[in-house]
Design a protein around this ligand. Structure first.
Ligand SMILES: [Zn+2]
Length: 154
């Protein structure tokens, strides 16, 4: 008999114990600088004017090398999700279940992340949240790295 899925808990990450990204200042420096101030910085192509995620030195839409950065709203909508019952990455292995998600950013393109919840919720009830507003939240991993997470806005 399969395990009954546990509720997905509301999470407040004050003690960061998860893998810490190793920022590459050449491709994503402005993102990490913004993250330290709680701002979502996105790259935008100066030729076709489209924002993209993840950061690249070449526009994925028109292949231009004219990329600049701007402060985005830090908001989007839940495109899809997966409930992770088990995990192997350090820190996450004791956390199940937790939710990974794709967020449609208000400025365009889609960002992968971990959804911290909004309230305790049954995993299957998250289907009702597809299209719901989400807001980014940065959690301090160390003095140089603040990691983005997502939270349901309501
Ligand atoms: Zn472009």
């Amino acid at each position: 008999m399969a395990d009954t899925p546990k509720k997905v808990k509301e999470r407040k990450l004050t003690d960061y114990k998860y893998p810490i990204p190793d920022p590459d200042p050449y491709t994503s420096g402005p993102f990490w600088e913004g993250a330290k101030e709680g701002k979502l910085m996105l790259p935008r192509c100066e030729d076709c004017n489209r924002a993209h995620w993840y950061p690249r030195i070449i526009c994925p839409f028109c292949y231009s090398r004219s990329i600049s950065w701007f402060e985005a709203s830090g908001e989007g909508t839940l495109y899809t999700f997966a409930v992770q019952q088990r995990a192997f990455a350090p820190g996450w292995s004791e956390e199940g279940p937790y939710v990974t998600c794709y967020i449609d950013l208000n400025e365009g393109d889609r960002m992968f992340g971990v959804l911290l919840g909004g309230a305790d919720i049954e995993p299957w009830d998250l289907f009702k949240k597809i299209g719901s507003k989400c807001k980014i939240e940065f959690v301090k991993a160390n003095d140089d790295v603040h990691v983005p997470f997502w939270r349901l806005a309501e």
